[in-house]
Design a protein around this ligand. Structure first.
Ligand SMILES: [Zn+2]
Length: 272
């Protein structure tokens, strides 16, 4: 399908009135009777919001091409206040994710977290690559979703410049070599580990973290996603990492992450 032929543009539209993007749909919400607003993490321009006319009418294909967690190729027409998607093609549907409730809830959490960390219209191609790599692992692997979420959180913090100090004091910079079986003070406000001296001057947003978890975080940070997702890691170890990551991310984001509520509900219901 050809979206745009520069030699035969309609007379009432100039070339610059259209543009094309490739992107991952992060979320959508209804607008008016039949339209939708979609938030797309585009490769070219970062996070953009588009309107989609008639997206909720059952006969239009376009709505399905703009469901959350679809990676697609879209033709956009510029509008006065909001640009609109007028054509779309699904490049990666992430079908397995959509047929599995836990994977779906986890992937919506991924999309929500990305949405929280991204500024509007700020291109972040590496972050998009990371998000797609994570969703691909979710789509292709039979399980291990908990580990994949932990990998995503650590890599996302790294991509966005919030990676915590794990081998030095976040305040004074002195080197710290975490060892297994030991506990260390970790400050969300300072952004990482604290040496014993600096920890005396902090009380808010400080918690203790085991050397084991620090070593795991460091290992995840130093290795590519594809090498990490097959690891088998003890449940307690992953639980501490989850607790630390959630706590640290909640400090940075500073507002509720709605998808976490849904994810927790799904996990709870599957345990029963
Ligand atoms: Zn220090």
């Amino acid at each position: 399908m050809s979206y745009f032929n520069k030699n035969s543009s309609p007379s009432n539209l100039t070339r610059s009135s259209h543009y094309r993007v490739k992107g991952l749909v992060l979320k959508h919400r209804d607008m008016g009777e039949s339209d939708r607003l979609v938030t797309v993490f585009t490769k070219e321009y970062g996070k953009l919001v588009f309107s989609v006319r008639g997206a909720r009418k059952t006969k239009t294909k376009l709505g399905g091409h703009l469901e959350p967690l679809v990676y697609g190729d879209y033709l956009i027409i510029r509008g006065r206040s909001l640009d609109s998607v007028i054509q779309g093609q699904i490049l990666v549907p992430f079908k397995t994710i959509k047929n599995d409730l836990k994977k779906m809830a986890e992937s919506i959490y991924v999309a929500d977290l990305v949405d929280h960390f991204l500024q509007d219209a700020d291109p972040q191609p590496d972050m998009l690559d990371l998000t797609l790599a994570i969703l691909t692992q979710q789509d292709e692997l039979a399980s291990n979703g908990d580990l994949i979420m932990r990998i995503f959180e650590i890599k996302l913090l790294e991509e966005t410049g919030f990676s915590p100090a794990l081998q030095r004091c976040a305040d004074c910079g002195i080197e710290i070599n975490p060892s297994r079986g030991q506990k260390y003070p970790f400050s969300a406000a300072s952004g990482g580990l604290l040496c014993s001296e600096c920890s005396l001057s902090h009380s808010n947003w400080v918690r203790s973290i085991t050397g084991d978890t620090l070593l795991l975080m460091n290992y995840i940070r130093s290795n590519p996603v594809a090498k990490l997702t097959g690891l088998v890691i003890d449940g307690d170890w992953l639980s501490e990492l989850e607790s630390v990551s959630r706590w640290y991310i909640s400090y940075i984001v500073d507002k509720p992450i709605e998808a976490l509520v849904f994810l927790d509900q799904v996990r709870h219901s599957l345990k029963q």
